[in-house]
Design a protein around this ligand. Sequence first.
Ligand code: MN
Ligand code: MN
Length: 269
Amino acid sequence: MRGVTLLGVPWDEHSSHLRGAALAPPALRAALRSPSSNLSTESGLDLGDEPRLADAGDLEVPPGVAAVETIEESVARLLDRERRVLVLGGDHAVAWPSVRAHARRYEDLTVLHLDAHPDLYDEFEGNRLSHACPFARIMEEGQVARLVQVGIRTMNPPQRAQAERFGVEVIDMTLWRPDLTVNAAGPVYVSLDLDVLDPAFAPGVSHPEPGGLSTREVIGLLQRVKGPVVGADLVELNPTRDPTGLTARVAAKLAKELLARLLTTAECG
Ligand code: MN
Ligand code: MN
């Protein structure tokens, strides 16, 4: 592993309710660089003085289904250069191509999916690329060893049936406890939808769902993941719903903690 690369994917064509997540990468970078904070992680790593950290800028995403291949190949090229990748969405539709690229490289991949929503619809309003569907696409292709979902609080019968069909391990909010630890034997990909947080902490998302996690709880969960974290995406920041910039700050904080895991995880696969 030579280092970690940020890759912005300004793509919200398949958001079902509100557009705006495509504006997230620059907002997130601005929050990361804001003089109101600094670039140190809670483990003491200074990301402002970290030669292994790079930023590939924002991808030019073509319209239509070609976007999936463009995103997958862009992530795969970085992995081929021995880079780990933190994808900055965009909406959650980016998870399918990003996980696909990682699954090509890592056998036995565990996906840890933090979200208020299971995103397991076979199709949503006739769209199989919808941001409500990426984990159905991932699981039907048999790309990953395990899908573990945490923070879910909108499970409905069609998605319950999909979760059972695919053997998804769902730790919904009724099962949440503050010391929850996710154990993985092999490499872990973290897919972090900001609406896993309670809207009190992160209101600037397209689908705010009350009853979620605190910022502290998400940070703790990321720090406690047992297993090598080899890739991640951070999605669904919607700057048009974030007038104070608070949610971008929260996203930047979580990005720093994800980067700490990606930079300090031992070699694997
Ligand atoms: Mn999602
Ligand atoms: Mn969500």
